[in-house]
Design a protein around this ligand. Sequence first.
Ligand code: PLP
Length: 404
Amino acid sequence: MAVPLLDVNAQNLPLEAELEAAFRRVLHHGRFILGPEVTSFEKAAAEMLGAKHALGVSSGTDALLLAFMALDLGPGDEVLCPSFTFFATAGTLARTGATPVFVDVCPVCFNLDVADARRKITDKTRAIVPVHLFGQSADMDAVNALAGEHDLHVIEDAAQAIGARYRGQACGTMGDFGCYSFFPSKNLGGFGDGGLLVTNDDDLADRATILRVHGGRPKYYHHLVGANFRFDTLQAAMLKVKLPHYADYTAKRQANAAYYTERLRPLPGVVEADPGHCRCAETQSEWIEKSEAALVLPVAYGHNEHIWNQYTIRVIGEGRRDALRDFLQSREIGCEIYYPVTMDQQPCFQDLPESSRQRCEMAHRLADEVLSIPIYPELTEAQKDEVVSAIAEFVDAPVASSHG
Ligand SMILES: *Cc1c(COP(=O)(O)O)cnc(C)c1O
């Protein structure tokens, strides 16, 4: 049985009639850019997240760029961001002319290592960009404490974490700006590109609103240079149809993650990442060596609500990760390496000053070890069992009973 990494139709087609009705409504009123559905979607999203202002934008990438532009980051500014992330986090920083400074990550939650961020602060550092990778919050108390000490802006890259929570607060609402993506593979998957920018600051919201439409206010009078970051009405109208189902999608992802963990845990050589060792790369490595782990399962910290955009395992041992990937692919099981190349290794960043692209040890190690397996909400039990038994076969173990 084939198990795709993601099946957008399984989520969208049950809503076909409502989606078509939404499409027809917009077709007929004809206000295709920043129309009435954009405003009502922004209101609903702000409410769900507990944010004061929400702006629909053209993509998650543009949400980041718009946030950086609204904060006036640019040449001469250094901005801390994780080395292990999707390219857009660092790419948008570079596009403002600011210098991204790459920070190592925690081997347990895959997020920014705040102690390493602290070591890399200089008198030019102006902001920090925590990424809530794979759907789990970064350590926001530590990030905000560091930011407070050094007067840094905090821009949360919550592209993979819409609705995830840290000590009860929504990811994306704990800094100056939060940035989300509706790319179809994200948890609230849209019908093309789209994104959202949120803030609790009235002045920043106002600047971002102006910059979203080329910086003009009134129209054709420009005190700021912005760009076209506008949100399509069709996108908003169709996403509004999915929004009431979002909590259910999340619950199903969480159930899938628990299902995997429960069935993979008993296999020989399979261990769970040890939350006690967060932010201590050395101890973590030692622990893995000692436990003779072959696979490390992901964990959610008790204070986080993890929304499982990805279920990412670590495959220990030279060449083992690629071997598991090939094996799963031979069984028609979708899997993907998020991400095979760290930011400090990207060819386009080799011209940055050496101090900003110091080798990030744990990030490099993760890039060699990680593999994400199917976790989307509509997976059937039979599909999950197929994934588990393939992994069991790979680690050379009898298949754990899936029913008892
Ligand atoms: C997807 C993603 C983005 C960019 O979002 P797009 O909508 O694809 O532009 C930025 N950061 C992270 C961490 C992402 O996963």
